[in-house]
Design a protein around this ligand. Structure first.
Ligand code: CO
Length: 134
């Protein structure tokens, strides 16, 4: 059911420092910071030949990644995103298998303008999983 790895998201305490490290030390193609107020994050997209990395930094009060950075002050992998063809069909199949979908279960428009859902990390080997319809 799942397809390509769309991105790996890494929460970082210092977006400028992390961007510089990926650009200058790792030699990656690093985009500019983009505020995503609907998601409470500022994102930097990094294009790799086979996937993307997203650096996430809290934006505004009540950011969903603020707690993660409190527990992981030097940053860490926040979630992985897999592509699916039909996000509602994927959700129905996962819920039928007992997996928990976060929020109200309805897809939201994600940082790439496509419908996304998140799956409970306790149901997926301790990893927050994002599904994105492509
Ligand atoms: Co994501």
């Amino acid at each position: 059911m799942i397809g390509r790895l769309n991105h790996v998201a890494i929460a970082v305490p210092d977006l400028a420092a992390a961007s510089a490290q990926y650009r200058d030390t790792l030699g990656a193609k690093v985009g500019p910071p983009q505020d995503e107020p609907d998601h409470g994050v500022t994102v930097v997209f990094i294009e790799l030949p086979n996937t993307k990395i997203e650096l996430l930094h809290p934006l505004g009060a009540g950011s969903p990644i603020a707690g993660f950075l409190e527990k992981n002050p030097s940053g860490g992998i926040h979630h992985v995103c897999y592509e699916v063809d039909d996000i509602r069909a994927a959700r129905d199949r996962l819920q039928a298998a007992g997996a928990r979908v976060l929020g109200n279960g309805e897809p939201k428009i994600g940082a790439h303008g496509k419908p996304v859902l998140f799956l409970h990390p306790k149901d997926f080997t301790g990893t927050l999983v994002e599904l994105e319809e492509v």
